[in-house]
Design a protein around this ligand. Structure first.
Ligand code: PGA
Length: 250
């Protein structure tokens, strides 16, 4: 039985003080939660939130990181910096990174390997655009992004990888994939892991769904066989929305 993993991606929201206040509220509200939990504040709030969640059942996530350890990379954040402030998990390949900032499968794979080499857990995001879905290519796109993202990742390292399926057309739009459609892509993703590694690796792989997850649709999505948690954007910014999602009952 895979443990469900609920993550909140705060994107470019909240000052350090606002982030600390929300983290405090979540820490209190989720102290008995049976699911694996993560919050990913923006870089400027990571250090402050790190102090709040330290020793709690909530992991600390970064939303991105540079492809290299250090150097002349204005505006980037290094894996070594994330390590120094107690980050546990790095979210990589988010659709906003792919489609707004032009990150390629190759760059994302470089980041995945670098994060794993430094002992981080990784959430690798994959997902098709609306055009790709309408052209009947959703499964192919997700399979390719999964294979490229995991290139040269060993089966031992894979233990630290979670995959998040986030259809781009469902992110921040209020549109959600039906539980059946999402489960179908999750199954394709799991089969891709099986072909790349083994039955056991595929069976263990946590695959989150992301894209307009809200308190009123979380439990239904999570009830599907291949959906093992959620990567939540908008609804992770308020405790009264994130708490019921994180505490859903399967
Ligand atoms: P959303 O974002 O929940 O606001 O759709 C999900 C994500 O981008 O991770």
């Amino acid at each position: 039985m895979r443990q469900s993993f609920i993550a909140g991606n705060w994107k470019m929201h909240k000052t350090p003080a606002e982030a600390v206040a929300l983290a405090e509220e979540l820490k209190k509200g989720l102290s008995d939660c049976k699911h694996k939990l993560l919050i990913a504040p923006s870089f400027t709030a990571l250090d402050a939130v790190s102090k709040v969640v330290k020793g709690s059942n909530i992991l600390l996530g970064a939303q991105n990181m540079a492809t290299v350890e250090e150097g002349a990379h204005t505006g980037e954040t290094s894996v070594l910096m994330l390590k120094a402030i107690g980050v546990d998990v790095v979210i990589l390949g988010h659709s906003e990174r792919r489609h707004v900032y032009g990150e390629t499968d190759e760059m994302i794979n470089t980041k995945v390997k670098l994060a794993l080499e430094h002992g981080f857990e990784v959430i690798l995001c994959v997902g098709e655009t609306l055009e790709e879905r309408e052209a009947g290519n959703a499964e192919k796109v997700v399979k390719t992004q999964t294979e490229s993202g995991l290139k040269d990742v060993t089966e031992a390292q894979l233990e630290k990888v979670t995959i998040a399926y986030e259809p781009v057309w469902a992110i921040g739009t209020g549109k959600t994939a039906t539980p059946e459609d999402a489960d179908q892509i999750h199954k394709v993703t799991r089969d891709t892991v099986k072909n790349l590694y083994s039955d056991a690796a595929a069976e263990k792989m946590i695959i989150q769904y992301g894209g307009s997850v809200k308190p009123n649709n979380a439990a239904q999505l999570m009830s599907m066989e291949n959906i093992d948690g959620a990567l939540v954007g908008g609804a992770s910014l308020k405790a009264d929305l994130f708490l019921p999602i994180a505490e859903y009952d399967k």
